[in-house]
Write a protein that binds this ligand. Sequence first.
Ligand code: ATP
Length: 199
Amino acid sequence: LRLKNLEIQGFKSFPDKIVVTFGDGITAIVGPNGSGKSNIVDAIRWVMGEQSSKTLRGAKMEDVIFNGTSERKPTGYAEVTLVLDNSDGELQVEFAEVAITRRLYRSGESEYYINRSTVRLRDIHELLMNTGLGRDGYSVIGQGKISEILSQKSDERRQIFEEAAGISKYRYRKTESERKLANTEENLVRIRDILSELT
Ligand code: ATP
């Protein structure tokens, strides 16, 4: 599984469409302070489903939309597409190339796509889970993150190992099943109440 390219439009400091291509080997992004290097990394986190505006260095999620300069009007939406080379089949889909897209409008409305078909955020999480990518994949290590990992509480550190070992997928499914079970129990209580009223 490899990153192929990243398309950014209307996201943070990039009003116009830019395409970053990741070749073989190491890709380095260089530029003066404040030129948008970290914004590119934020775009990668964001398209993979990041929900915390704080992690993306903003106060609210709409802060990722280009908010204009003295010469340019703000854009109406932000859009990022990450293209992954899946020729090794690591992602559980039959495509050799997978494009994940996220779009956010100023109204707060979000859209997610996998290969241009509308999907839910959950589908993106499930696609990336246990690949090492994704929201909790620790594939993007921000400034200061290493010292944060080293000084974390032991159960939080355990979560990192669980994600790396591929256990977190099952923990996630267990939580989902428990939630469904709890809903069903609640429905049963309600049905019993109705039944007792009827008899
Ligand atoms: P450094 O080397 O200092 O870490 P950097 O190259 O990583 O800098 P970034 O932090 O990626 O720079 O970019 C910061 C710039 O992005 C700031 O000039 C900021 O005004 C701009 N920016 C952030 N969000 C938006 C937005 N929504 N609209 C327009 N510009 C934005």
